[in-house]
Design a protein around this ligand. Structure first.
Ligand code: FE
Length: 287
């Protein structure tokens, strides 16, 4: 077995998006800070309503998937088809924008903590124009694997840990995703460690959102994304205050990426088409 050690660290940077929501962006902070098929990872975390109340009013997406994972607080999702989703603590929304979604993501609280993540996963060229679809996964439907020294929540893919195997909320038996993502939220108690198999050849990274951790010989600090080398498995050791982190892996697409804000396509012409479609109100129409 070959261990996946840290290959490089992407520090998150403070930024804002939507109508002024403050967040930390690691992957996606620049065009060279992507990890195919992952385009972007944002962490939002604030106890100050001024940082999140403005929310993400109506905006479009085309060409990729967005995965929202809430830790604290509530968001309400509404899309152009009239669908409404309530995202509470521990829940996940998996949206495949395909050829187009126009939606809003707005806080359903005026005080208290808002905390969570939004991940963007690219779609292969031949799926970028498929019809949009999404799925809300309540907290109670995210499979959990408690183990001596921690807890794993399996959002997508299959987790194997200490001889036990658990399918995530999104996996091949119910939803086929070409990039075959693994998405695990891992909590490690102080000093404990976990070794998790990660498919060789897939790109993989860890985002540490609480505490400290060591991967191989290298430390990973809070709010940093650690891109892993290729290999079969990763061993994560928590520091003295424990660690909470996201572990992600996916099959690389190896296709050109051209991004213009919320549109991610393969060519400049396709981006220009997306902008025209949006401006003329045809973004979400079937081809
Ligand atoms: Fe959005």
């Amino acid at each position: 077995m070959k261990a996946r050690n840290l290959r490089k660290v992407i520090e998150s940077v403070p930024t804002s998006d939507g109508a002024g929501v403050k967040l930390r962006r690691s992957l996606g902070a620049g065009p060279f800070a992507r990890l195919d098929p992952f385009l972007m990872l944002d962490e939002f975390y604030s106890d100050n309503p001024d940082d999140y109340l403005a929310g993400f009013p109506s905006h479009p997406h085309r060409g990729f998937e967005t995965v929202t994972y809430m830790l604290d607080g509530r968001m309400e999702h509404k899309d152009h088809l009239g669908n409404t989703g309530d995202l509470g603590p521990g829940s996940v929304q998996w949206m495949s924008a395909g050829r187009g979604v126009i939606h809003s993501e707005m806080p359903r609280q005026t005080e208290g903590r808002m905390r969570g993540f939004q991940l963007w996963i690219n779609l292969p060229a031949d799926e970028k124009m498929k019809p949009a679809d999404y799925r809300d996964i309540p907290a109670g439907e995210v499979p959990e694997l408690p183990f001596d020294g921690g807890l794993a929540r399996v959002i997508a893919g299959t987790l194997t840990l200490r001889g036990q195997s658990l399918d995530g909320a999104v996996n091949h038996s119910d939803k086929r995703i070409s990039t075959d993502p693994l998405y695990i939220d891992l909590r490690l108690d102080p000093g404990s460690q976990a070794t998790i198999p990660v498919q060789a050849g897939y790109n993989s990274f860890v985002y540490l959102y609480e505490g400290d951790a060591v991967i191989g010989e290298q430390s990973l600090h809070r709010r940093h994304a650690g891109v892993l080398e290729d290999g079969d498995q990763v061993t994560i050791q928590a520091g003295e205050h424990g660690a909470r982190l996201l572990l992600l892996a996916g099959k690389p697409l190896n296709e050109p990426v051209v991004q213009y804000g919320p549109f991610v396509m393969n060519t400049r012409e396709e981006i220009e088409q997306a902008v025209r479609d949006y401006q003329s109100g045809r973004l979400t129409e079937p081809a």
